[in-house]
Design a protein around this ligand. Structure first.
Ligand SMILES: *[C@@H]1O[C@H](CO)[C@@H](O)[C@H](O)[C@H]1NC(C)=O
Ligand SMILES: *[C@@H]1O[C@H](CO)[C@@H](O)[C@H](O)[C@H]1NC(C)=O
Ligand SMILES: *[C@@H]1O[C@H](CO)[C@@H](O)[C@H](O)[C@H]1NC(C)=O
Ligand SMILES: *[C@@H]1O[C@H](CO)[C@@H](O)[C@H](O)[C@H]1NC(C)=O
Ligand SMILES: *[C@@H]1O[C@H](CO)[C@@H](O)[C@H](O)[C@H]1NC(C)=O
Ligand SMILES: *[C@@H]1O[C@H](CO)[C@@H](O)[C@H](O)[C@H]1NC(C)=O
Ligand SMILES: *[C@@H]1O[C@H](CO)[C@@H](O)[C@H](O)[C@H]1NC(C)=O
Ligand SMILES: CC(=O)N[C@H]1CO[C@H](CO)[C@@H](O)[C@@H]1O
Length: 440
């Protein structure tokens, strides 16, 4: 299990170091050992806190949150050994929607279910599991293996590159990134109404429901298309991505073929069930039925986009923005999948929070890497007051980032960390650094 003494030691050392640093810098001297500490331990003093709401309608568990908190902490520190400390905080559910809701239900078997639409995760437990005190263990599995696994992967040592200075052999860290550059790449989002007979209030729906996703993209355009006539199609092979069975659906394959040129475009299609004849009732893709008598369904076409199949009879040819909430949720998932955002089974709002935390950690790691270059430079040169105050400024921002991560304000954490590295980069751009090399 985890070692409380070790944790306590960290908690005591870090504030001391930071205080020491401030004192020294105020006297215009640099405690290189202190700076070096932050280079070699870029994230040891960073704690990422993630709130989780618990709802347990069947049985009242005493201290269930506390028990899961301790077990997750033990696993993250002892087994996963994440570089930043990651802690889940538990609250009783009270009508919030900005965090994961974990629902506990008594059942005749133990099981787990994650719902990406409503943003909750359900844990089914038996009475035997309660007797054996296994419920916290299941809760830990639910969080670490099913909800936040992709995010946590970003915090383990393997996802960091070690950089070594060729002369001194001293190390610093950088973060391996899977998706960061592509977020800057231009993206075209093309919304298409696939029935000539139906119209939709798509622009308003995008404004209402897609804003959180769009706000993290830096260069995108929105386009709205409407097919002009409904055309039947023969069955035929299209390509390795398009399900052959769907080629007989009116308009769909023709549209796909006419719009298959660029990977910087995501197509988001609204397809009324009524456009097809009854043969759609028995169609399936990878054993999932396309049709459901009550529900709307959703199909991803890999690296191209997605199709939202919907019941629209009752709308009489016009789908309002209000009736497009679920559709826009599906499209949001498609856009996040396009960038390989963490945990595809989670709700878009939670995936965006994960992204912001990961990006913040990347920025802090990058800062400590830049700091390593400054440290090395300071070993050969004298500190002047502008570099001194640049370092002081940077550490001040870094403290703010840490506080924001503690307060669940991931927006602010990311924003301040972005400013931190941008400003620091600018302030040290005239220093002359040696070469660094990536080692395994
Ligand atoms: C949740 O709270 C908001 C305002 O605080 C209220 O408008 C809404 O009706 C509440 N929802 C539920 C399900 O209680
Ligand atoms: C680092 O040193 C090795 C040999 O010690 C050399 O092959 C390599 O080119 C150097 N890298 C840089 C970036 O100077
Ligand atoms: C490398 O690190 C060690 C201790 O961490 C320090 O004593 C030494 O001066 C550093 N050398 C350079 C060139 O940074
Ligand atoms: C967005 O991408 C387009 C196409 O590559 C480019 O011309 C434009 O400068 C980019 N805009 C921004 C703000 O990066
Ligand atoms: C559509 O584009 C994908 C990816 O570029 C390609 O693999 C596929 O062959 C294309 N299909 C057709 C029918 O052109
Ligand atoms: C997207 O297209 C660009 C150039 O057109 C190519 O370099 C890149 O590898 C493509 N990406 C994928 C995921 O196919
Ligand atoms: C679909 O289900 C059948 C039988 O239920 C099974 O044999 C087959 O492997 C499944 N196919 C896929 C792609 O899952
Ligand atoms: C230097 C650096 O990598 N800065 C990044 C900080 O995080 C933001 C958001 O991900 C990026 O846009 C910056 O490039």
């Amino acid at each position: 299990m985890f070692k409380p003494t070790l944790v306590l030691a960290f908690a005591l050392i870090i504030p001391l170091l930071y205080q020491q640093l401030l004192n020294f810098l105020n006297r215009k001297t640099v405690p290189l050992d202190v700076l070096r500490y932050y280079v070699q331990h870029p994230l040891d003093d960073v704690t990422i806190r993630i709130p989780v709401y618990i709802e347990s309608p069947d049985l009242r568990f005493l201290d269930i949150g506390e028990a899961i908190h301790i077990q997750t902490l033990g696993r993250l520190r002892e087994t996963e050994c994440t570089l930043p400390d990651v802690q889940f905080d538990f609250y009783e559910y009270a009508n919030q929607s900005d965090a994961l809701l974990m629902k506990l239900f008594i059942s005749d078997g133990n099981g787990i279910y994650v719902d990406a639409v409503e943003g909750y995760a359900a844990l089914f437990y038996t009475l035997q599991a309660v007797d054996a005190n296994d419920v916290p263990y299941f809760g830990t599995q639910l969080l670490l293996d099913h909800c936040y696994n992709d995010e946590i992967k970003n915090y383990v040592a393997d996802s960091f590159l070690q950089l070594v200075d060729n002369d001194s052999k001293n190390h610093s860290f950088l973060h391996q990134s899977q998706f960061e550059t592509s977020l800057q790449d231009p993206l075209r989002l093309v919304f298409v109404m696939m029935s000539a007979e139906t119209s939709w209030d798509v622009e308003q729906a995008v404004k209402l429901h897609l804003e959180p996703v769009l706000s993290i993209l830096s260069n995108y355009t929105l386009e709205f298309l409407h097919v002009d006539e409904d055309v039947k199609s023969p069955s035929r092979y299209i390509d390795e991505h398009f399900p052959e069975e769907l080629s007989v659906l009116p308009n769909l394959a023709d549209f796909y073929l006419a719009h298959n040129s660029s990977n910087s475009t995501v197509y988001l299609l609204y397809y009324p069930f009524e456009l097809a004849d009854d043969s759609i009732h028995t169609m399936s893709v990878d054993n999932h039925s396309i049709y459901s008598s009550k529900e709307n369904t959703f199909l991803n076409i890999k690296s191209w986009g997605s199709v939202y199949f919907a019941h629209t009879e009752s709308y009489h040819g016009y789908v309002s923005a209000l009736n497009l909430a679920d559709c826009m949720w599906s499209f949001a998932e498609t856009v996040l999948d396009h960038y390989h955002f963490p945990n595809e089974n989670m709700a878009p709002a939670l995936r965006i929070q994960m992204y912001k935390r990961i990006a913040t950690v990347r920025n802090l790691t990058y800062f400590s890497h830049r700091l390593s270059q400054v440290v090395e430079w300071l070993e050969r040169n004298i500190l002047d007051s502008s570099l001194g105050s640049a370092i002081l400024d940077a550490f001040d921002r870094r403290e703010q980032v840490k506080q924001m991560l503690q307060k669940y304000d991931y927006d602010a954490a990311l924003q301040i960390s972005t400013d931190l590295v941008a400003v620091f980069d600018k302030q040290i751009q005239n220093l002359d650094f040696g070469d660094l090399e990536i080692i395994e």
